[in-house]
Structures are given as C-alpha cells and as structure tokens.
Design a protein around this ligand. Sequence first.
Ligand SMILES: C[S@@+](CC[C@H](N)C(=O)[O-])C[C@H]1O[C@@H](n2cnc3c(N)ncnc32)[C@H](O)[C@@H]1O
Length: 423
Amino acid sequence: MTGESMEKFELDPALSEEIRRRVFGDGFIKIVQNVRRGGSSFKISLRPVSLGGEVKYQAEMTDAGKVQVRNFNRPDAQAGLEEIISQKGARELHLICSDGDLHVRVTKKGHVLASRSGKLDRPAEIKPHDRVKNLPLSSFDSSALLRVTGIADGSGNIRASMRGKYDQVNEFLKVVDSLALKPGKAEGDGEPPSAARPFIVVDCGCGKAYLTLAFALYLTQTVGLPRVKVYGVDRRDDVIESARKMAKSLDLEDMVEFSQSDLADFQLDKADMVVSLHACDTATDEALAKGVEWKARHILCAPCCQHELQKSLAGLSTGVTGPAAVFGGLLRQSILRERLCDILTDSFRAMIMRILGFRTQVIEFVAPDATARNIMLKCEYSVKSGQSGPVNEYLALRDYWGVTPWLEGRLAGILAKHLERYA
Ligand SMILES: C[S@@+](CC[C@H](N)C(=O)[O-])C[C@H]1O[C@@H](n2cnc3c(N)ncnc32)[C@H](O)[C@@H]1O
C-alpha cells in the first residue's frame, strides 16, 4: 500500500506487523501509547506479567488522571493491541523490547514518523522469582498496586505520607517470606498438596486493603502459589466499598473477596493463614481466635491500641491489695499504664497461643520509625498443645495481676480443658 492510498494517522501495514510481531514475540517488555486529546491526554500501556504461573498482559489506562489496570489473556490483549495500532489522531507510541526500542510519532497533520534504537541486549523474561528480592514489593511488578492504593503517586513515587505504610507492608511480607511456604501446597491441615484448594488467607480489619491486595499479588507472583484466595474483612462499609473497586481495577476479583462485617460475625470453615495489621483493641484477639478456630497454620498479628486490660488495671492504682498493688505508682501514670498494658496484653496473647499449640514469637516486624505499633505475634501451629509449662506460666502471670485477658474469655471453650488441668 502506498502512502497516498493510506489514510492520514494510519500506520503502514509493515509497521503494524512489526509491532504485532514484537509485542507477541520473545523479548517484549512494554508498549506505551500517549494520545493527545485537546488539552488532555490518554495513555495506555501493555506489558506481560506472570499471574498465578500464567503469562497475562497487564493494561494500564490513564484517562484524565484516572488510572485503571486490567489483566488480559492473549486473545484479548491481541484485540487491545489492534485498538492501539488503529488509534486515530496525534499520538506517540513507544515499544520497548529486549533487543531495542521502536518510537512512532504521529503528528497533528497525520504524518507517521518511526525510528528505532540501536541493537540492545536487555533481560525481558518474566521471572517473578528472579527479581530483586530485597523488598517484597519489588519482587513482582507492584507499580499498579502502589498507584491504585495511593501508596505511590501517578509517577510511581512513594508518597511521603505513605512511606510508613509502604514499609509496614514490605516488612509484613518479609515475615511471610520467612515462612517458606511451598508452591503447590495449601498448608495448615496436613492435607495432601492440592491444586484444587486455594491457599486461604484472611486479613482481619483490612481497612484500605493495602495488605490484602499486596498478599494476593505477592503469594501468586513471588511465592508462586498456584491458587490463592484472600479475604479482607472490615466492619466499615466505606473502606470495603473502595477496596472492592481497587480489586476490580487490579483485576484481582477472582482472588480477593471483601466482606463488610464485624470480625466476630465473619464465618469461614478453614484458613491457611490469618493476618491482621493494627486491628484495633480486641479485634486483634478476635483475629487470633478466628485463626485458632479456622485451624490456620500461620497467624501473623501486629496489634494496635489496647484498651481492654487498662480498664482492669486502672483499679490497681488505688488501694487494691495483692501483689500487683505495688505497681500503684506506675499505674497512676497513664502513659506508663498504657505501655505496661500493651506488654501484658501481648504476653497473655502469646502465652495463650503457645498453650493452644502455636509456636509463638513476639517480634519487631518493622522499624519503629515506620510505626510505633511495630510488634507482631508470629504464630505457627507446630507444637503440642496443653503442656504444663506454658499453662503454669500463664496462670501464674494472670493470677498475679488478677485479671482475665479478653482472649481467654473468647477462647474459653477451647482453653478451659487445658487451664483446668493445672489450676
Ligand atoms: C487501624 S485500621 C488498620 C487497617 C489496615 N489493616 C491497615 O493496616 O491499613 C483498623 C481497622 O480495623 C477495623 N476493625 C476494628 N475492629 C473491627 C472488628 N471488630 N471487626 C471488623 N473490623 C474491625 C477498623 O474498621 C479499621 O478499618
């Protein structure tokens, strides 16, 4: 076809074919097209990503500042590429491949100018496991996740106000990495590896779903688990509504499910992992209790504010007898009382989990400058339950302070038989 017989703005067949061949051939990295429309612009990019072990094509569309991300299989991506190629109007197209780049500029008058870089030798294979492993959020292509959740701005830079959350999510995922979950195996109940059953995670008090969405991508793309289901539960309907929109725009609806519910009312038969990041007060206890009831092998809870015990201990500052009454001077100071209650609450939690058969470590999962609430209870169901040592230690501390920790009451049905044996 000659230049005369072609319409203005149209790419010639050889150029169109080169784009198709390079996008769906080896070494494709990314294609980006910027279309100028009056004063604004519409940008679309397409890149290969590995999702659940399959190659998909991730399209990111930015229209008047609004970003939408979708993952497509190959036929749909091919249809999308045809739309990119046949786009009308002034535009710029940049095709990035391992062996070099192609730039196409279509001017306002409809002239098509193509130029190519010299030969390059860049790595292009999609290998989520081989990416930089230092930060979990760099171990897979997290650009869309970070932008959609608002952790990063439109240029992909981490917002200063979100640096703490970015660090918390990264460090939380590092703890997951330390668990060495095995691809192809849904853990937790001794069942044989099953491709049919997904690895189930519940994020309790998920809030704006930073962690929930990151979990889905990290477990599939970096850890390489074949099937994953992540539930995000929060009692606030506004955060659940926006979390659902984010999951949709990241094309994660099959993998992530959000429920607007109080944790206590959220029902499930089984989970492999239960997590919570700063679930308020007794919501952390509820997350631990649910993890026990759902027979989760792994429970990772980073607690938040803790008020429950403070109410019980406040009384000890004024004339209460018993060994703990010597703490009166400490307990009268509200800041010191708060810190002591945090420590005692987490100690009781860790001891109860140990009694119930969870090897429990209390760790600082993130540096204190990312959050003052940087403690995590890392529990793995791997030891014998009801052993006398842990039970006696628990009873001694509990009775010294003369309190009944909230978690003991919540799990009374399961705990009582262990506590009564030694009481
Ligand atoms: C401090 S925010 C943390 C949110 C999120 N995990 C994060 O780190 O960004 C605590 C969240 O827990 C939720 N929450 C607290 N108690 C809850 C309960 N009993 N049931 C369900 N959600 C709860 C709150 O609505 C809130 O969204």
